[in-house]
Design a protein around this ligand. Structure first.
Ligand code: UD1
Length: 344
């Protein structure tokens, strides 16, 4: 065993895929999650894929006393990957205090407890949303941070600053901040995947649910952007590729290879794909015709953004490997699995 890693939000979409990769790489994993946007079923899925059942504790990162007990019960935790956060952009506009309370307190609690329990390493789940609308693409880590478009985006920016300030104050921690572009797809054997509560806010689950007949029609938010086909452009990154980057980040910190106490990496493919192109890819790999219509723009959307992933490629030795066809096929396979299991 390589060591014990605490994964907060580990039953969620990116968290569960990361637990699989950590276990495959020989780490033992403790998962905590408050199950606000996921279910403990993903623990079963993780076990079916890896043959190992991670320790699971239902716990909210805002519960400081609960977290203390957890660290006392696991004094051998070597690092944390912190996914747990509220992440719906629209909801964050309606309930900003909920977002600030949840997303800021949970990180503050962890940073507070880490030195007390001799945990030095934390990987933080950030987002390309911190860049706002880029002045140029692809965008690298030196690009300016723009004022956030939503309270959700603001919590990511503030959390990055909280980590920097904690390190600056002399706290004995180090951190790798990973800025994700648009994670999509599912594990290839479809034992885990994305399962949003209620109506999906993100594009790919909305596509797959529409193809399944759960949603009547996909609304494409705008075809009058300054892009070749008029729809927005994103960097869609396979969730398993993304999960693997977390293992590399943990290896790097535990092996004392970090060059700075806070390192930041973009995680993307380096390729921009438009919303309409993605729909075409989906139709091709699923053999279905998607019912969609063009509607007006969604407020707060970025026109186009894709990553310059060179820093992660060269420093971490990590590259996104999966192509968009296989990735969309995996999302569809997961949706079919949900149907077969009678989940939706
Ligand atoms: C958003 C956030 C990002 C966050 C991510 C995960 C911003 C700017 N981006 O990404 O930080 O990490 O969610 O929650 O805050 N679309 C449709 N129809 C739909 C849904 C989406 O056309 O029903 C389009 C959107 O207009 C957008 C693209 O698909 O152009 C991707 O949307 P989405 O999946 O919601 O992700 P982002 O908004 O890029």
């Amino acid at each position: 065993m390589k060591g014990k890693i605490l994964v907060t939000g580990g039953t969620g979409y990116i968290g569960s895929h990361t637990v699989v990769e950590l276990q495959n790489a020989g780490y033992s994993v403790v998962v905590i999650d408050n199950l606000s946007n996921s279910t403990a079923d993903s623990i079963d899925g993780i076990e079916r894929i890896t043959g190992i059942r991670p320790v699971f504790v239902e716990l909210d990162c805002n519960d400081l006393e609960g977290l203390k007990k957890l660290f006392q019960a696991h004094p051998d935790i070597k690092g944390i990957i912190h996914f747990a956060a509220s992440k719906a952009v629209g909801e964050s506009v309606e309930k900003p205090l909920l977002y600030y309370r949840n997303n800021l307190n949970s990180l503050i609690n962890l940073l507070d407890l880490m030195p007390q329990f001799n945990v030095e390493n934390i990987v933080f789940s950030s987002s390309c949303t911190v860049y706002g609308e880029p002045d140029k693409n692809p965008i690298d880590e030196t690009a300016p941070i723009k004022p956030a478009e939503s309270p959700y985006g603001n919590t990511k920016q503030i959390n990055e600053e909280i980590i920097r300030d904690a390190v600056r104050s002399g706290s004995p921690i180090k951190s790798i901040i990973l800025r994700y572009f648009n994670p999509v797809g599912a594990h290839p054997i479809a034992e885990i995947g994305e399962l949003p509560n209620g109506v999906p806010q993100n594009l790919v689950p909305f596509i797959t649910q529409t193809a399944m007949g759960i949603r009547q029609q996909l609304s494409v938010f705008g075809d009058d952007y300054n892009t070749p086909d008029g729809s927005c452009i994103r960097d869609f990154i396979n969730v398993v590729d993304l999960a693997k980057a977390h293992v590399i980040a943990v290896d790097r910190m535990l092996g004392n290879k970090s060059k700075d106490k806070v390192e930041i990496f973009n995680l993307g493919t380096g390729r921009g794909v438009s919303v309409l192109e993605l729909i075409k890819v989906f139709e091709k790999v699923s053999g279905t015709k998607l019912n969609y219509k063009i509607v007006s723009r969604r407020e707060g959307d970025i026109e186009k953004i894709w990553a310059d992933p060179k820093h992660a490629n060269t420093v971490l030795g990590w590259t996104a490997k999966e192509n968009i066809e296989d990735t969309m096929a995996s999302a569809w396979k997961w949706q079919l699995r949900l149907r077969d299991k009678g989940i939706m």
